[in-house]
Ligand binder design. Structure first.
Ligand code: S3P
Length: 452
């Protein structure tokens, strides 16, 4: 995604019932990690089901710039020939991570303990996002960084020549920061320890173990204590990427709020550190069932079946659940607008530093659609209008944020009047086939011909 691309306005119209099966793409978090760990293994890793969203393609390109060989054999089927831990070459060009906070933060971690320099940049959204949360712990390993004021991109990282292992307690609940520290710890001698007060997604820990690294996880008084033994030889893997629950959330939520709908979303990853939205929806009274629960590629998966749920009720989302559904609050807010009563979301200050300030972006758009929203620094409340009660009939801004765009397009399917998103182009970062997939279910979503 480049900020210079032409905006692509898109409109969702109410009235259609959604029916059918939605094959959502591979998990974004797992896809980034598969490419990066593949690039750090010795030999050839094969990946099936890789998400081919722009964020992940940018990470693939970055791995090439650091010396790995990365091939696409068929849709979703990739091979990565890694250079080994500590084997990254110095890139000959600036690493452009596009829209992806996960990409840039994980890659910075992965190179921070190798004595090479790399300069990172991104699109108009990414250059506004805070990087000190990763550069602070990376400097403890001995890496040096020079970026713009406030720790913003573009930024140059000079990897440590003689890295030391680190013990680091995360000041914010962030799997990106945790993963950056663990990836940096790979090329430091001894044990690197990360402590998190709240469990965040654990794909890095799972995958590092799969590649042969020694990773222990213990629950202590301080929280989850994750320890990694440095300088392992990572063995190449055969990886199968589960389908992304964060993408599956869109057809699921659309089916719950669009009258008469029933949609099946097979093979969705249900790692407990990711599945909080589905618990919340069920508490709201959603007709949402899990079928054929099984394990695929080391992650729990199931087929989700969502049916129109006319009697959704607002809930208070437990703050302890925030990390397990952090990317799903925008679409939850769309569902909450169609529920009876208030949905209260607290302990979610991290939403303000995502691809956009997601509380502000959703609040502004929902108000334009006739929904009352209250907000504070780390909380917000959506006042539901009940099934069929959202007026809609507005144009809303997606602010270079794929999940804001998709959330309003979902809401437009259940509002009284159409909702137009000013720019749906960012959807390509995580869910390139969103439009044909939703249209295939019967959703009336169409691109507008002219830029707004
Ligand atoms: C991600 C972690 C989360 C999430 C992002 C993906 C990851 O970010 O919002 O979409 O893959 O590690 P934070 O680490 O900033 O919470």
């Amino acid at each position: 995604m480049s900020a210079g691309n032409r905006p692509q306005p898109m409109t969702a119209r109410p009235g259609a019932r959604l029916h059918g099966t939605a094959q959502v793409p591979g998990d974004k978090s797992v896809s980034h990690r598969a490419l990066i760990l593949g690039a750090l293994a010795v030999g050839e890793t094969r990946i099936d089901g890789l998400l081919e969203g722009q964020d992940v393609l940018d990470t693939a390109e970055a791995m090439r710039a650091f010396g790995a060989t990365v091939h696409r054999d068929a849709p979703g089927r990739w091979r990565v020939h890694g250079v080994g831990v500590g084997g990254f070459a110095e890139p000959g060009r600036v690493i452009d991570c596009g829209n992806s906070g996960t990409g840039v933060r994980l890659i910075m971690g992965a190179m921070a303990t190798t004595p090479i320099a790399a300069t990172f940049t991104g699109d108009a959204s990414l250059v506004k996002r805070p990087m000190a949360r990763v550069t602070d712990p990376l400097s403890l390993f001995g890496a040096q960084t020079l970026g713009r004021t406030g720790g913003r991109l573009p930024m140059t990282v000079l990897g440590a020549r003689d890295p030391v292992p680190v013990r680091y307690a995360l000041p914010v609940p962030s799997a990106q920061v945790k993963s950056a520290v663990l990836l940096a710890g790979l090329n430091a001698p001894g044990r690197t320890v990360v402590i998190e007060r709240e469990a965040t997604r654990d794909h890095s820990e799972r995958m590092l173990r799969g590649f042969g690294a020694e990773v222990t996880v213990e629950d202590g008084a301080e929280g989850r204590v994750i320890a990694l033994t440095g300088q392992p030889e990572l063995r190449p893997q055969q990886l199968s990427v589960p389908r992304d629950p964060s993408s599956g959330a869109f057809p699921v939520c659309a089916a719950l709020i669009a009258e008469g709908s029933e949609v099946r979303v097979p093979g969705v990853g249900l790692n407990p550190t990711r599945a909080g939205l589905f618990d919340t929806l069920r508490e709201m009274g959603a007709d949402l069932t899990f079928e054929n629960a099984r394990e695929e590629g080391g992650e729990p998966v199931a087929d989700l079946v969502a049916r129109f749920s006319p009697d959704l009720k607002g809930v208070e989302v437990p703050p302890a659940r925030a990390a397990s559904m952090i990317d799903e609050y925008p679409v939850l807010a769309a569902v909450a607008a169609c529920a009876e009563g208030r949905t209260v979301m607290r302990g979610v200050g991290e939403l303000r530093v995502k691809e956009s300030d997601r509380i502000d972006a959703m609040a502004e758009g929902l108000r334009a659609c006739g929904v009352t929203v209250e907000e504070g620094p780390d909380w917000w409340i959506v006042h539901g209008r009940g099934a069929g009660g959202v007026p809609g009939g507005a144009q809303v801004a997606s602010r270079l944020d794929h999940r804001i765009a998709m959330s309003f397009l979902v809401l437009g399917l259940a509002a009284r009047a159409p909702i137009t998103v000013d720019d749906a182009a960012p959807i390509v970062t995580s869910f390139p086939d969103f439009l044909p997939l939703m249209q295939g279910l019967g959703a009336a979503i169409t691109p507008e011909q002219k830029a707004a």
